[in-house]
Design a protein around this ligand. Sequence first.
Ligand code: CTP
Ligand code: ZN
Length: 153
Amino acid sequence: MSKKKLKVSAIRNGTVIDHIRPGKAFSVVKILHLDETDETVTITSRVASKVSGTKDIVKIEDRELLTEEVSSIALISPEATVNIIKEYEVIDKRNVRLPDTIENILPCSNPVCITNHEPVVTVFRVERSRPIVLRCHYCERTMQEKDVVKVLG
Ligand code: CTP
Ligand code: ZN
């Protein structure tokens, strides 16, 4: 058994985001604003994965995250799975898939974009998913994968 194997306890109810790319759990916390939730959140980083190498896991107790809420995780970890847990059982398991638009997550890199001057929420259309290309709904500036990583880590 790898020394990185941790004993992570099962949860009774809630959401488990599994197979997150190693080190990216903190970006998931950012995307989902989990620093602002009252629920118990467990972050496990670089635990041994039975598939290959290591992975991160984020568990949110007593909260069932909706598909729309978690889909933006695909920006940084397209292989992540979202498991809904009820009475210790996995009752639903889904892959994350990039939505058509990314709202209120990334700032626009264009200094003259209205989103950097007025209190409007940023909206990007997803033009490509691999590699990621996003286009600002307001100023048409594109964001590449490296720009996304710069913001989200
Ligand atoms: N899990 C949990 N609490 C539970 C049940 C499951 O925290 N009561 C976690 C598991 O530790 C795992 C994830 O939810 O990280 C998915 O559980 P499960 O489907 O049982 O695991 P695997 O079969 O290994 O999933 P996969 O095939 O997606 O790798
Ligand atoms: Zn813009």
